[in-house]
Design a protein around this ligand. Sequence first.
Ligand SMILES: C[S@@+](CC[C@H](N)C(=O)[O-])C[C@H]1O[C@@H](n2cnc3c(N)ncnc32)[C@H](O)[C@@H]1O
Length: 469
Amino acid sequence: MIIGAWHIARIGNHWYDIAKQQLEKMIASGLMDAADCILVNLAGFHGYSVPDFLYGQKKIIIIGSSRFEEDVRPLLKALQEQAKQNPTAKMFFIHGKGATTGTFSPPNAVDYWREYMSHFAIDRWQESVVALEEHDISGVEWRPNKETLGIDKPGGHFTGGFFWMNAKYLSEVCPPLDKYVDEIWAQSCLRCGGPCKPEALIPHKRSALEFFIGHANPKVNCFHNFGYKTDLYHFCAHPHLYRKEKDKEEVMTKSLWQIYGQHQGKLSDKWISYLSRYEDLFASYQGEPISLLEIGVQNGGSVELWAKYFKKAIRIVGVDINPKCGELVFDDPRIRVVVGDATNEEVQNTIMGDFDIIIDDGSHYDADIIKGFSTWFKRLKPEGIYVVEDMHCCQASAPVNGVNRFVEIAKELAHNQQVVPQNIFSVEFLNSMVIVHKRLPEDCGLGSRFIAGQTSTIVDLKRLHGSTL
Ligand SMILES: C[S@@+](CC[C@H](N)C(=O)[O-])C[C@H]1O[C@@H](n2cnc3c(N)ncnc32)[C@H](O)[C@@H]1O
């Protein structure tokens, strides 16, 4: 179970853009999908008016609109209440860092700071969920100092206040007290031998300590520590460089064959030729933070195997019309199964975000394959791959034949010189399988004509209209 707390402080010029971007990140990373609920506090000067980007977000629970003096306290209290009621939950806390100080575009130090914390707390949230198996809290650290933000350094903690925690840990911390103590909440707690001693904490300035949750003697997982360095910009420009080397090695060690061969869990049913093709097709995606959707879950083996193969995948979503699939339980928090007809728009709308890989291993009926492709292909990211398995099930006599539909698309592509429908880059046919690659529009067209060389003694190509010479 995942429960989040999101403090939207509607102050300054940037709160709206920051909060909207945070929502987009939660959707794109699959966190919104995976969360059971996200408590939102609408703080600041706008009363109870709900920002438009929150309309229709079913996981969001607005707990109120706190007064400025209360700031984040109502949210902390509500989160702690949830922690007590759901002791096995994994919880996260994020807020609109930089609403008053940021420039948003182009970003400044605070924006990079927020981006750095978001990268770990939101974009790579699964890593914290895994880390919480052995730790109480999880996050990253950057310590501002006099040089950077003009303030003094505090002790070790998740400066900036984006973090994940176990509900069990949170429920043991003293309740938040007042505005300033809230911001350094959980430093003083029962584990430290309470009662709280706010006077001992006040000397540290708020911005150096806010939302700290590290002194209750927790087991801390710190993904990354910038110490006092100021090059957050480089982190934000190249976050992939900061992946642990160890992770990379682990990711690259096992082939799909090995993973299938050693699999002991839920049953998967695939043809051997598909695995051979997948091995090449997916190799460059294996260590990437991808999202994968598979239509057709059945016993759950394939989604389990995809999660093993794509170790860095952000989310693996399976859809199956069989209600029994809703009873499947997966250890890997990145896997989610949606019960319903994958061709149904309502079902499609319950699944958020776009995907890097979509595999149709569902009913194999012609009409479903075609309808599924026409809707799900729009949800494929540029550079994405759409696969339909078991095309041998297509009925030549069906009113609309699945194989013919893809042949038509291939023909359109081969005939079409400049305008390519739906950003289709290629259509590949194998035995019983169709693979459609999507790319950016500029990569799908013919491009301009490129003529190289100087001598043309047979046909003077230089004179040709439209040449690039
Ligand atoms: C071939 S099995 C999937 C096997 C699984 N992908 C594997 O590799 O182990 C096909 C599954 O598609 C499901 N299915 C059939 N029609 C569907 C639809 N319209 N939407 C979603 N799932 C569907 C069936 O219930 C069945 O469990």
